[in-house]
Design a protein around this ligand. Structure first.
Ligand code: FDA
Length: 392
């Protein structure tokens, strides 16, 4: 007769749930890990183009977005990139740094899932998948969960069911429903690390679909210097995905299209090559089709030598702060993560336990903590999973 009573039930066998369950199991707790999907860690498998960007060595708390910017500090300090790297190395998984501190497997993301499953098995975690989770109740200090047609109970429950980004992978807003059921607040969830869509006057830029260029993109106070990519719907690429997490409907996104050009470069071009048109001057620095579109928009026909210095200085200023007005995002269907989630005001930053419901915990993306692109979101999943796993 299989056990139906555990010390803790973890809902969601993604990055945070697997880590939490393995850590708690290693402490001798009897842990049940449940997931409605037919397999665990599906987002890990598709992450980083199949190579899983599993952490970022430059992890610092200000690379995480939350209504409370201090909330993530404690968990991140107690489980660092070095801790996860040590785990990866113990399992003999080869990895490399790609760029900007981002660590990827040399082989496959499957190795990270296999590693976490091995840790969970070693810790005696009971992992079950492929049934819906329903009817979560809390009476007499015990949580009861229906999984398919079975009921399980435990004095501790961890919500690790992630956010609603990429619903076709089994992502749901279940964490928020559960949180609300137990009286916890949810900060409005928004798609993040997501392409932006263009309409209106900006629609012309969609014709540049497939063209990428290094830029500095800004939304609000956030600025990212990386590549931007024009798409048939609007803007994507790392710089745009990063600012999308800070962008709000109605706000502009400002892009420096020539972040490496020195101040006064266009006047300098006029002096050096007065016979060339603006399009050619731009074409020396950025892809031809982008140069053509920008030159058309700037409407300075003829040779550079025929333009006044004033007009060229204005054109340079526009190129350094080109204003796009996105009309939306590609939504949760295309968002790598969700900004917002279970309010940190309702959770202990030390343990991730709900302040008003003893022994109810929330970890990972379900919580209102969202990292930058580049391994930060997994680091939050590991760190918050570890924080709860140490105490349940
Ligand atoms: P996660 O989503 O991993 O796990 C939640 C689990 O809960 C899933 O297994 C799901 O099936 C289960 N679940 C959901 N609803 C349920 C329900 N109702 N009942 C039962 N179970 C339920 N981050 C990063 O740091 N580096 C990277 O390279 C990438 N790359 C990347 C690529 C793509 C395409 C996406 C979509 C996302 C990324 N990310 C990333 C983000 C990263 O995948 C994400 O932040 C973590 O997976 C979050 O971990 P969690 O465990 O919180 O949720």
């Amino acid at each position: 007769m299989p056990a139906t009573e555990f010390d803790a039930i973890v809902l969601g066998a993604g990055a945070a749930g697997l880590m939490c369950a393995a850590v708690a199991g290693a402490r001798g707790r009897r842990v049940l890990l449940l997931d409605h999907a037919d397999a665990v860690g599906k987002k890990i498998l598709i992450s980083g183009g199949g190579r899983c960007n599993f952490t970022n060595v430059n992890t610092v708390p200000d690379r995480f977005i939350s209504a409370n910017p201090h909330f993530a500090k404690s968990a991140l300090a107690r489980y660092t990139p070095a801790d996860f790297i040590a785990l990866v190395e113990r399992h003999g998984i080869a990895y490399h740094e790609k760029t900007l501190g981002q660590l990827f497997c040399d082989g496959s993301a499957k190795q990270i899932v296999a590693m976490l499953l091995e840790e969970a098995a070693k810790a005696g975690v009971d992992v079950r998948t492929g049934q819906p989770v329903n009817d979560v109740t809390h009476t007499d200090g015990k949580f009861t969960v229906r999984f398919g047609d079975q009921h399980f109970t435990a004095p501790a429950l961890v919500i690790a069911t992630g956010g609603p980004s990429i619903p076709k992978m089994g992502a749901t807003g279940f964490a928020y429903d559960l949180a609300r059921q137990f009286g916890l607040k949810v900060v409005e969830p928004r798609p993040a690390l997501v392409p932006l869509t263009l309409g209106g006057d900006d629609v012309l830029f969609r014709e540049l679909s497939g063209i990428a260029a290094p830029v500095e993109a800004r939304a609000g106070k956030a600025a990212f210097r990386e590549a931007a990519l024009f798409t048939h719907r609007g803007l994507s690429g790392p710089a745009i995905l990063q600012v999308s997490s800070y962008w709000r409907h109605g706000e502009p996104v400002t892009i420096d299209l020539l972040p490496d050009a020195p101040s006064g470069w266009l006047l300098e071009a006029k002096r050096a090559r007065p016979r060339i048109p603006l399009r050619a001057a731009l074409g020396a620095l950025i892809p031809d089709r982008l140069a053509e579109t920008l030159a058309e928009r700037l409407a300075l026909p003829g040779e550079l030598g025929a333009q006044t210095d004033r007009k060229l200085a204005d054109a340079e200023a526009r190129l350094a702060g080109w204003i796009f007005r996105p009309n939306g995002t590609e939504g949760f269907a295309k968002a790598e993560v969700t900004v917002g989630g279970i309010s940190t005001a309702n959770l202990s930053s030390q343990t991730m336990m709900a302040k008003t419901v003893p022994n109810l915990y929330a970890v990972g993306e379900a919580v209102d903590v969202t990292g930058w692109l580049g391994g930060y979101n997994f680091q939050w999943a590991w760190a918050s999973g570890n924080a709860a796993g140490q105490v349940i």
